[in-house]
Design a binder for this molecule. Structure first.
Ligand code: NAD
Ligand code: ZN
Ligand code: ZN
Length: 336
């Protein structure tokens, strides 16, 4: 089977012919139909973060495909089911976080395309319990970006506890941000889209943003202040400076939701303003299996749109270059 493999950090990926894996007990073998290219895959391939994967490894955590083989003791899926392989590839199921509904904080978790091989491959094995069913009515090409970009931005909107009419500034209208605009609208927020690319801002408007700000041409803090300030700022741009702008754009009682993971990841936060304005700073990491099920249900109900373009896995390195250039529709998706 064909797989895209990171053999060394910072080097082009190799397309390799690898043996098709056999599902161990509790696993399923999935024949991939589609897998998105998340910016996290680029961080993984560059070894950007303090906790690093170990090359060689196969990225990809927006995998969608058909169950083709069951390992022993798999009862929740059948051959022929369509499932998603998301970032949360495995968790212990027994710790306080797993049992109280915060499984993405499990300290024993395995992450698809990072600590275990992911879905940039014609086939992948995955823990059946963490493979989420994709309902009829959600196409593989849409289900793929929803499996990370969707669930992560949905969870960020949930933890922000947005009230109707609140101003929600979405920094970065890429894979995650273009879906966040829609979830923030769904819960009644007034959306302000911020990006450095004009076409991304046009997309934000098309998806329901009331205002847009080009952070390359205008100071987003001043522009958002003119609009009364943000109650919620969602940080999806791979830029520490953008996090600081997101913080400064908040009005009293505001919430900064930190989601992007830039390589040089520190931000300077003034204590005085944080305290006097009662600002909350919250980190948000992907979403649970239940969150993803909700994301699929919203999409099946016709309430969200996924903006994407298909690519071939053979063009993985060119595709990464395209994402870094900023000139792509919200998400690129490898189609198998
Ligand atoms: P993306 O490349 O699709 O989108 C990033 C967007 O930010 C682009 O539209 C880009 O034009 C814009 N941008 C760049 N610089 C900007 C700036 N200074 N101000 C405003 N906008 C700017 O990336 P993505 O796949 O949406 O991922 C975004 C980040 O989120 C990555 O760091 C990724 O690793 C991270 N991520 C985190 C989680 C999590 O669970 N916390 C999950 C998935 C991805
Ligand atoms: Zn991702
Ligand atoms: Zn656990």
């Amino acid at each position: 089977m064909k797989s895209a493999v990171v053999t060394q950090f910072g080097q082009p990926l190799e397309i390799q012919d690898r043996p098709r894996p056999t599902p161990a007990a509790g696993q399923v073998l999935v024949r991939m139909e589609a897998c998105g290219l998340c910016h996290t895959d680029i961080h993984a391939a560059n070894g950007d973060w303090p906790v690093k994967p170990s090359p060689p490894f196969v990225p990809g955590h927006e995998g969608v495909g058909i169950v083709e083989q069951l390992g022993q003791d798999v009862y929740n899926h059948q051959i022929g089911d369509r499932v998603a392989i998301a970032w949360l590839g495995h968790a212990c199921g027994e710790c306080r976080y797993c049992v109280d509904g915060r499984e993405t904080l499990c300290q024993q978790q395995q992450n698809s395309g990072y600590s275990i091989d992911g879905a940039w491959s014609e086939y992948a094995v995955t823990d059946a319990k963490y493979a989420v069913a994709v309902p009829d009515g959600v196409s593989p090409i849409d289900a793929a970006p929803l499996s990370c970009a969707g669930v992560t931005s949905y969870k960020a909107v949930k933890v922000a506890r947005i009230q109707p009419t609140e101003n929600v500034a979405v920094f970065g209208i890429g894979g995650l941000g273009h879906l966040a605009v829609q979830y923030a609208k769904l819960v009644g927020g007034t959306v302000i889209g911020v990006d450095v690319e004009q076409d991304k801002l046009e997309l934000a408007t098309e998806l329901g943003a009331t205002h847009v700000v080009n952070a390359r041409e205008q100071d987003p803090v001043a522009a958002i202040e003119q609009l009364g300030g943000a109650d919620v700022a969602l940080a999806f741009a791979v830029s520490p400076e953008s996090f600081e702008q997101a913080f400064k754009s908040l009005r009293p009682g505001g919430r900064l939701i930190c989601v992007a993971l830039p390589a040089e990841g520190t931000m300077a936060i003034p204590i005085f303003e944080t305290v006097l304005k009662g600002i909350a700073i919250i980190g948000s990491i992907v979403g649970t299996r239940q969150d993803l099920t909700e994301v699929f249900a919203l999409h099946a109900a016709g309430l969200t749109r996924v903006i994407s373009e298909g690519r071939k896995l053979d063009d993985v390195n060119e595709s990464i270059g395209e994402v870094l250039s900023g000139h792509v529709p919200a998400r690129l998706v490898f189609e198998f």
